[in-house]
Write a protein that binds this ligand. Structure first.
Ligand code: KG4
Ligand code: ZN
Length: 364
């Protein structure tokens, strides 16, 4: 084995069975290269139920994992005997789904006699940025916006993530999925709402912009570590989307008969999307200014959103702040990002014992 490690990564935290081969380049500015990235999506199975059914998800992971890993190795041109480590998502996620990946990775690493590297799913989303763009100018603010999370991190050193803000209720992707369900659009809702919004009038409905404009009495402690943000703002860098979802629900319920026309549905999608994107970007760019960062990253499934991408880039260009977003294939869940975070962790000496367990809830 050369000094440069090629690693197999496995991700099964939700409803995608994914495997990838990622290798080190030896170039500190762009440390990793993606050799393969295979994703078997279960969306067609869960669509019927309007959301992910955990038991069906774990059973499907079991069916798919061998084939997905075989394909990733073959497409990556790497044999088992050439692997330097196996990385796996330990959490957070659905425990039955995570267990399939963790058990598989553990057995494979043990039988190959190579290290097993545990990876936090959100570290994977964050490192998708470095995998694609190389090391970001630090310090960086990184917004992870997915179906389960809406969290803003400050990255001061590579691999160190300080939580600055998070959602107090629904994640942005969850709000997308719930609004799509209310409108009867199918699952997963984010991409469908994004597509329909293009034909709608984004000012047709005046949905409220959710913001924390003052210290919330229900939030006794600031989310960010004390001292990172000016005291005047440290209690209000969080996000909230449940009020917006309720506002959409009121419009939909009020119009149960006659049914909403396709044009009205498009208007609701466009108006909802305008407000979500503004809420995400107002807060993120404010925090970026308060923190004095040198770059901004946006990752996670919702970073695939066309309006979020376009507006983030436009706002960044206006103030001269470089904005990094992964390509669509690395925005939604995948194993390549887990491989990137895994190589970072491996070099930091983080190797799991053979008693590694899946963790449904896991702090980053
Ligand atoms: O990161 P991800 O694949 O899985 C989680 O870790 O949760 O994110 C999935 C979320 C879903 O809520 C999905 O609706 C949303 O990302 N999503 C989008 C778009 N594509 C995926 N939301 C808005 N616009 C999109 N184009
Ligand atoms: Zn994710």
């Amino acid at each position: 084995m050369s000094d440069l490690v090629a690693l197999l990564a496995i991700e099964t935290s939700c409803d995608e069975t994914a495997a990838a081969v990622i290798a080190e380049t030896g170039n500190p500015a762009k440390p990793w290269i993606m050799k393969s990235n295979v994703v078997a999506s279960q969306a067609a199975i869960h669509r019927e139920w309007g959301g992910v059914v955990p038991e069906l998800a774990s059973r499907q992971h079991l069916r798919d994992i061998c084939g997905v890993v075989d394909q990733a190795l073959e497409a990556g041109g790497v044999g088992l005997d050439e692997l330097g480590a196996v990385a796996v998502t330990q959490g957070p996620g659905l425990v039955g789904s995570l267990l399939v990946g963790v058990s598989f990775a553990k057995s494979l690493a043990w039988s190959c006699g190579i290290p097993l590297v545990p990876v936090h799913h959100l570290a994977g989303h964050i490192e998708s940025l470095t995998l694609q763009h190389g090391e970001l100018p630090l310090p960086a603010a990184v917004l992870v916006v997915s179906g389960g999370h809406t969290s803003l991190y400050l990255v001061r050193e590579p691999g160190q993530y300080a939580l600055i803000g998070r959602t107090r209720d629904d994640a942005a992707g969850e709000a997308y999925d719930k609004v799509a369900k209310l409108l009867g659009l199918g699952y997963p809702g984010g991409p469908i709402v994004d597509r329909l919004a293009r034909d709608g009038n984004d000012r047709a409905f005046a949905f409220p912009l959710p913001r924390m404009t003052h210290a919330d009495r229900n939030q006794p402690a600031p989310t960010a570590p004390v001292g990172l943000l000016p005291p005047s703002v440290e209690r209000r860098v969080d996000f909230s989307f449940s009020g917006l979802k309720t506002a959409v629900m009121r419009v939909v319920r009020a119009r149960a008969t006659p049914e909403l026309s396709p044009a009205e549905v498009a208007d609701i999608c466009a108006s909802f999307q305008r407000v979500v994107v503004q809420a995400l970007l107002d807060r993120t760019f404010e925090a970026a200014a308060w923190l004095g960062v040198r770059s901004l990253g946006i990752a996670g499934g919702v970073s695939a959103n066309s309006r979020l991408r376009a507006e983030a880039e436009a706002r960044g260009a206006k103030i001269g702040l470089p904005v990094f977003i992964p390509p669509l294939s690395l925005s939604t869940d995948n194993a390549a990002m887990i491989g990137a975070a895994g190589l970072r962790r491996l070099r930091a000496g983080a190797v799991a014992g053979w008693d590694l367990n899946a963790q449904a809830a896991l702090p980053l």
